[in-house]
Design a protein around this ligand. Sequence first.
Ligand SMILES: NC(=O)c1ccc[n+]([C@@H]2O[C@H](COP(=O)([O-])OP(=O)(O)OC[C@H]3O[C@@H](n4cnc5c(N)ncnc54)[C@H](O)[C@@H]3O)[C@@H](O)[C@H]2O)c1
Length: 415
Amino acid sequence: MSGAKLQKSSISNQQSSIMRVGIIGSGTMGSGIAQVAATSGCKVKLYDTNQSALDKAKAALEKILSRLIEKDRIDADEKSRIQNNISYVDDLKDLSDSDLTIEAIVENLDIKKKVFSELETYVSKDCIIASNTSSLSIASIAASLKKPERCIGIHFFNPAPLMQLVEVIPAIQTSKEVLEKSTKIISDWKKTVAVAKDTPGFIVNRVARPFYGEALRIYEEGIADLPAGQAGFATIDESLKTLGGFKMGPFELMDFIGNDVNYTVTETVFTAFYFDPRYKPAFTQKRFAEAGYLGRKSGKGYYDYDDNGRILISTELKKPLDEKLAQQIFDRVLVMLINEAADALFMNIASAEDIDHAMTKGVNYPKGLLAWADEKGIDWCVSKMDELYNEYHEDRYRCSPLLRKMKTNGLRFEV
Ligand SMILES: NC(=O)c1ccc[n+]([C@@H]2O[C@H](COP(=O)([O-])OP(=O)(O)OC[C@H]3O[C@@H](n4cnc5c(N)ncnc54)[C@H](O)[C@@H]3O)[C@@H](O)[C@H]2O)c1
């Protein structure tokens, strides 16, 4: 299969010369990315317009590094080295000597464009200007620059220091050299790079949609309902954890991410795909978000949480799982995920290898979805999708043409 190539992170974290990295926005993502770059020996300037965000980032790093010392993961010298590699600045001009800048400010195209066009007046002509955006097109951000070929998407996952995957997204304007350089830098930071086409959700936020969407649909249909009006969230979660080996079920994960945040991603992807029914958001999640049942952070979501963020066990969780129902739930969510992954490959969003690595290293899936398709059998995938389509007659359940072609020709993904 054609497509972009995944690059394994290099063993060495040696930089050929000390890289200067400017990070714009010192919130959740910016501060995490700063830690990653500083740990790899880069000189980092972390910029924010809000002084309290800078103070918070500095204090958070102190805490994280102290914890790493307690766990014997680093020593005091390493802690000082990392801290000394980061300076906290409140003037965009201070980033003028950067080799690479990564922007992680508010997800708003107009604000990002304004910052990018100002930044370009300060930095050298060779400086790479990257965005950590999750949902905006890199082409639209690049268009704010006089030299759009220097612009690229570098998409980290939260928390950046812990999550292995980084999606690198060249825009149609991006030069080959900028793509190569960016890929090399991120690999040197000991991350696994997956190169993705500049399309909504890139790889992970596209391919993972059915994990949430199909679970919500199953819930809404009531097929997982237990007697006495119990909701079925736990039944669906347990089915995926027990039969699939997922670390968290979809409802636990949505509660963890936040129903407001997860709903917005789904809605954005749905809109960006011109309302393809495959990505249709669920009213259930919308109502939970509207009600303020955001999940762990608000103490209540699909589950109730104690003060330490642990799920308060519901009576439903204590009941034994109905094996047949669990299998039906698991098969339906899994085949929808496989179909989405196959379709991403079919549309050349990324290589097969990158698609599988993206899901295991970006969202900790127990297996790559294309490898899982081979394991279940392509015939099984096609017949499961056709069963769903025949039952509902909804475009949401259309089988990817790639799976169908592979079935006809007796092919496997062989990732
Ligand atoms: N949070 C996630 O899980 C996640 C994951 C991947 C990508 N992203 C993307 O990363 C970006 C940042 O997200 P976040 O969660 O870190 O946000 P955040 O709200 O935690 O931090 C944003 C920071 O940007 C600062 N800021 C806002 N406008 C600014 C400006 N004009 N100039 C300088 N600083 C400014 C704010 O003061 C704030 O400190 C977004 O584009 C988001 O889509 C987020």
